[in-house]
Design a binder for this molecule. Structure first.
Ligand code: ATR
Length: 278
């Protein structure tokens, strides 16, 4: 019988996850289908109970349910607990286990573009929401030399700074901009610059170090204003497709025990985005 997988979120209409996972199932000869489930917050508990009832094998969880879903699971893996959010559920014979693949997915996209070890890098993370939590947790775990979180709302950056045992500094975006030449890696986790507001930039790059790595989690557009400007100044740039693909591939591995072809997944996503943007 065809195995069922899916994404719970609200809204989920524009997700590229079904395209990516269904292609991987086909490539690996797995009789399975990945569907979108638009789950309103008031129905989240019912939807999660439905995973067991309908024998859905695995799920991704996205905005706005990544934190709330934790209350309805049987077990939460340590990394997801540390991040404080779940983006992947595995239904193991009726036992629902929560994981978080966002942080590792990001790290696996970042490491190949680095020329120095993370332990020798000072990192600026812009934003203090869910994505920033996953990334800061993984950077702290990997022992980045310094992690600074800059956010529009300073109190949220301060909350995030206390999340791990690592020494994380909280600041404002304006202050970070004045010290931008101190950073080796800059990571935008805010929605600033996302379509349709493609002319917006989350931080001024006037003081950017030329050999800096500038990374944007946004993948619509693929080249955000931040990346365009950073590229012009000689920085190495990293778009958000890698993280999107890697977090999905890691979820896929939890569900099936098999490794999908990540290059093929990325190609599909670039094709799709290219097609919609032009
Ligand atoms: P995600 O789960 O994708 O990280 P989120 O939890 O809603 O999304 O977090 C969004 C982040 O983008 C927050 O850090 C938010 O800043 P605030 O904490 O001040 O709200 C940031 N953000 C969103 N719109 C912004 C804007 N116009 N300018 C600056 N920061 C913005």
């Amino acid at each position: 019988m065809e195995k069922l997988f899916g994404l719970f979120g609200h809204p989920v209409t524009h997700s590229m996850s079904p395209m990516m996972h269904n292609d991987a199932f086909q490539q690996l000869g797995i009789d399975a289908s990945y569907k979108l489930f638009d789950v309103k917050p008031e129905f989240l508990k019912d939807a999660v109970l439905g995973i067991r009832a309908l024998n859905i094998v695995g799920c991704n969880i996205t905005i706005p349910h990544k934190v709330a879903v934790m209350d309805f699971l049987d077990e939460i893996d340590d990394e997801a607990k540390e991040i404080g959010a779940v983006n992947t559920i595995v239904n193991l014979d009726g036992k629902l286990i929560g994981y978080n693949t966002d942080g590792r997915g990001y790290l696996e996209s970042l490491v190949p573009v680095l020329t120095k070890r993370l332990t020798e890098q000072r990192v600026l993370v812009l934003g203090a929401g869910g994505a920033a939590r996953a990334i800061v947790t993984v950077l702290a775990r990997e022992g980045a030399q310094e992690v600074i979180v800059a956010n529009r709302t300073l109190s949220k950056a301060k909350d995030l700074a206390t999340l791990t045992n690592h020494d994380i500094i909280a600041t404002t975006i304006e202050e970070a901009a004045t010290e931008l030449n101190q950073f080796d890696i800059i990571i935008n986790t805010t929605s600033v610059g996302m379509s349709p507001n493609i002319e917006d930039i989350p931080v001024s790059l006037d003081k950017l170090k030329a050999d800096c790595v500038v990374s944007d989690l946004i993948y619509n557009p693929i080249r955000t204003k931040l990346l365009i400007e950073a590229d012009k100044r000689g920085a190495k740039i990293l778009d958000g497709v890698g993280m999107f693909v890697n977090q999905g591939a890691l979820s896929f591995e939890y569900w099936t025990g098999q490794k999908p072809n990540r290059e093929r997944m990325a190609q599909l996503v670039y094709q799709k985005l290219g097609g919609t943007l032009c």
